[in-house]
Write a protein that binds this ligand. Structure first.
Ligand SMILES: C[S@@+](CC[C@H](N)C(=O)[O-])C[C@H]1O[C@@H](n2cnc3c(N)ncnc32)[C@H](O)[C@@H]1O
Length: 443
């Protein structure tokens, strides 16, 4: 097929759909063009920025007909930042876009063309994140990463991080500016600042990612921000994209914070995973537990359990819970969390689910209900085979990546009936979407 567009040329197009990042899609002679910042239903004059054999990329030169859902972004750094990508769209419309994104994948990949439920959104989708990792630099102060790059854009106010976490990061940078690490020369100490908050306990953890072990005098910081419950130095001398190493030195407090979700208290250490949007997390956990229709004699597995949250939520309804998680520190948290919450029927194991789940089954344990909540890459083949073999009453799949979710559901639907798929807006105004799928054994 001859490519119908040329780089640097301008065209007038109708935007007919959304791509997976929330960009607009136009077609010329059935050739696809991704138009950054365009909304479905708009007519735009576009400038082609890149041409490939199967598709092209373009930016808007002029909006000839605007969508009723277009809004002016409320963020000063929106056009340059790589965080939110949907702030030019009315919030309720972003929820529909996410539902459609999941629906399109269902239609393309599953036998069961189930209708995806409407996305469960936030009432107040602002300052919703409880975790921030701020890149810092001497010249640019506290920043955020630019789109698809490691360039730092200084922030005035970020609308998804909390105000206090931004104030803390700025205070640290201003007061310790002469120690900031320089990526080019490899000189300096302070590389990143990670702030974690317990929204329901008011506790803050401050992690200073450093190129060495030198300890700061943090008195002024603690005095100014009394919500800080612990300060930890994370020693990371490697030049990779991984922000945190496994070496932590506690310089103030206990080295962890607590948060409350539902009726439970959770201890969270710096390297343990904890969902970033606790308001939505409570909704998705409650939904998952309700849909699991748990019974007193159920044996439940919580695979990829992090600090044990889902298993602990399930524990009071069932006979026994087993959790599996690869990060040792998170498993330690999970065990302590069971204790703090007086839960005696939960066992948490360290290991890669691929092997550790099989080992658990070799102990002749016969789960009836399983929750899986894997990282973005989804489930491995062995675990899918084991889930199919087990013929569970119910399987609940919580996912942060609809593409790998569909790949896995394709295999699981040979044995299980997909009863529902519900997106949850845990990452408001970004193109990411969390979802909870409910599966039951086919008759
Ligand atoms: C999306 S998080 C979910 C955690 C937990 N269910 C929650 O809601 O907080 C995925 C978890 O899987 C863990 N993980 C990643 N790969 C793993 C593997 N191969 N085996 C076991 N756990 C893994 C991560 O450390 C992380 O805690």
């Amino acid at each position: 097929m001859e490519i119908p567009v040329k780089k640097n040329e301008k065209y007038i197009v109708d935007i007919i759909d959304y791509g997976s990042e929330g960009e607009g899609i136009a077609k010329i002679d059935s050739y696809t063009i991704f138009v950054v910042g365009a909304l479905k239903g708009e007519k735009c004059k576009i400038h082609i920025t890149k041409v490939l054999t199967t598709h092209a990329f373009a930016k808007i030169v002029e909006i000839i007909k605007s969508s009723q859902y277009r809004v002016t972004s409320d963020c000063e750094t929106y056009n340059r930042c790589g965080g939110c990508t949907l702030r030019h769209i009315e919030y309720n419309e972003t929820l529909k876009i996410k539902q459609e994104k999941v629906q399109n994948l269902v239609n393309k990949m599953l036998d069961n063309k189930i209708i995806v439920e409407p996305t469960v959104g936030m009432e107040v989708p602002i300052h919703y994140r409880n975790k921030a990792i701020y890149p810092i630099s001497k010249e640019k102060n506290v920043g955020i990463f630019a789109q698809r790059s490691h360039d730092i854009i200084p922030i005035n106010e970020c609308l998804i991080q909390t105000k206090e976490s931004q104030e803390i990061a700025k205070f640290i940078v201003q007061n310790w500016s002469d120690t900031i690490y320089d990526e080019k020369t490899g000189k300096g100490l302070l590389r990143n600042i990670m702030i974690r908050e317990g929204f329901n306990t008011n506790e803050i953890m401050c992690v200073l990612v450093q190129n060495g072990r030198k300890k700061y005098d943090a008195k002024a910081l603690i005095q100014k921000f009394p919500r800080i419950k612990t300060i930890i130095i994370n020693v990371n001398t490697k030049n990779t994209n991984v922000v945190l190493s496994n070496e932590n030195i506690v310089i103030y407090g206990q080295g962890y914070i607590e948060d409350k979700l539902g009726e439970y208290i959770f201890k969270i250490s710096p390297n343990s995973f904890y969902q970033v949007n606790p308001v939505q997390t409570e909704k998705i956990y409650n939904y998952a537990i309700e849909q699991a229709k748990l019974k007193k004699d159920d044996i439940v597995c919580d695979l990829y359990c992090g600090i044990g949250t889902i298993g602990i939520f399930a524990s009071k309804y069932v006979d026994k819970v087993y959790g599996i998680e690869i990060v040792e520190e998170a498993v330690k948290n999970a065990k302590e969390n069971a204790k703090i919450n007086n839960i005696n029927n939960a066992e948490f194991l360290t290991g890669d689910v691929e092997q550790a789940f099989e080992k658990l089954l070799e102990r002749n344990i016969k789960p009836s209900v399983i929750f899986v909540d894997p990282p973005r890459k989804g489930l491995d083949e062995k675990t899918i085979a084991n889930l199919c073999k087990l013929k569970l009453d119910r399987l609940i799949y919580i996912s942060c990546n609809p593409a790998t979710l569909m790949r896995d559901l394709q295999k699981l639907e040979t044995i299980y009936n997909i009863e529902s798929i519900t997106p949850f807006d845990n990452f408001c105004y970004s193109s990411h979407v969390e979802s909870c799928s409910v599966l039951s054994l086919k008759d």
